[in-house]
Write a protein that binds this ligand. Structure first.
Ligand code: ADP
Ligand code: MG
Length: 394
């Protein structure tokens, strides 16, 4: 493919384990669907693979945006994994906290990018090679994590993986792996970071089992939403992997723990006024609350990156509070903005591109999360890091 020789994203990690990097922002254009073809769809976006830019033909002002990576409709799932999924998973395995977020209007391809064609819609093809080719980022990331861990395991090197899966709907956090837990509380702990009280964490040891857990959670999400007459496009899904490695270096146990958030956001489209009455209005209001809070947090972080002093309103929504460390904090973050190619979606596409462009301007400070028990030199480093953190909080 024409993009094959492009550098993958997140290749800027320095060897000393700390990295002051921009958030990586990727745009993916999906192919036209059947309906768009039938009604005589017109393309409103053009991708320049060599410039990593995308132009939108919205009159009176056509506009061009540049990103870390831009994928057109020809770019397949494997290539998206190699360009986007693999580098951030490598960072996770090195001990960085990571976050991969799919953003975009409903129908733009968020779920296709994160998990692939869903079994509900295409159950008959689930076992065919064609389905395997269409696997999305999450199953590919799981295959890769376990494959690398198996390759690196030795008597001095051990790994462990846990996963959890939650949904934020109407500003309520529900555990998708435990349908009884529908209103959980997010807490902040200075050492452990953000955590959700009572959220099931499942110890997993193969990619198949982990993906099974994910699929089960997605099914709970789908069934629960349908039963309550709620639209799943209005919920945020957060699948989290916790990867731990223990490395025995000459009797000193070097332990790394990293968290990897895989986020399928609610549709970013503006709610139509005619639909927003009663319960729907409340839903639309709170969906807007989490997504608009995300926009506001990013705006504040961009200001800070430009040297201004700003309060970052993480606490304004469940989503931004949960992702506090991932946004502007100690984390590597990749945003995939999904867009439709059709001119009838051009306003939403423009709004997605503007959001993505803003996200590009914020900076994260990521460090490897490492404890070395019993090593006084490293304890000194830890204390230095904590002192820096305290200074930053003041
Ligand atoms: P979203 O999750 O953003 O609402 P989906 O991922 O469900 O959107 O995508 C909508 C439809 O378009 C689905 O039928 C999906 O299979 C299809 N689709 C999305 N992106 C692609 C792509 N890159 N290639 C092929 N089909 C796609
Ligand atoms: Mg979806």
């Amino acid at each position: 493919s024409a993009a094959a020789d492009t550098e993958s994203v997140h290749s800027d990690t320095s060897s000393n384990g700390s990295c002051n990097s921009n958030v990586q922002v990727v745009v993916r254009v999906r192919p036209p669907n059947q309906k768009e073809k039938e009604v005589g769809y017109r393309k409103c976006v053009a991708v320049d693979l060599s410039a990593q830019s995308i132009s939108i033909n919205l009159m009176p002002h056509p506009r061009t945006f540049k990103f870390d990576y831009v994928a057109d409709e020809q770019v397949d799932q494997e290539h998206i994994f190699n360009m986007v999924g693999k580098p951030i998973t490598d960072a996770c395995l090195q001990g960085y906290h990571c976050c991969l977020i799919a953003y975009g209007q409903t129908g733009a391809g968020k779920t296709f990018t994160m998990e692939g064609p869903t079994a509900e819609s295409e159950a008959s093809v689930a076992l065919m090679p064609e389905f395997q080719q269409k696997k999305g980022l999450i199953p590919r990331i799981l295959d890769y994590i376990f494959q690398r861990m198996a390759a690196e395991k030795s008597k001095d090197m051990e790994f462990g993986v846990k996963c959890s899966y939650l949904q934020i709907y109407n500003e309520q956090v529900a555990d998708l792996l435990d349908p009884e837990s529908t209103n959980l509380t997010i807490h902040e702990d200075l050492k452990a970071g953000m955590y959700v009280e009572g959220l099931q964490e499942i110890l997993v040891s193969t990619p198949e089992v982990t993906y099974g857990v994910f699929r089960k959670g997605s099914e709970n999400r789908h069934v629960g939403m349908t039963a309550m007459n709620q639209e799943s496009s209005r919920s945020h899904g957060v699948f989290t992997l916790v990867v731990e490695s223990k490395h025995n270096v000459g009797g000193v146990m070097n332990r790394r723990i990293s968290r990897f958030y895989l986020v399928d956001l609610a549709g970013s489209e503006r709610q139509k006024h005619s639909e927003t009455v009663g319960i729907r209005l409340k839903e639309a209001g709170s969906i807007n609350k989490s997504l608009s809070a995300l926009g506001n947090v990013i705006k504040a972080l961009v200001d800070i990156s430009e040297g201004k002093e700003r309060h970052v309103p993480y606490r304004d929504s469940k989503l931004t509070f949960l992702l506090k460390d991932a946004l502007g904090g100690n984390s590597k973050c990749t945003l995939i903005a999904n867009v439709s190619p059709a001119d009838k979606n051009s306003e939403e596409t423009l709004s997605t591109l503007k959001f993505a462009q803003r996200a590009k301007l914020m900076r994260n400070l990521a460090v490897v999360n490492e404890d070395m028990f019993g090593n006084p030199a490293v304890m000194g480093e830890e204390i230095k890091k904590l002192k820096l953190e305290i200074a930053a909080l003041r």
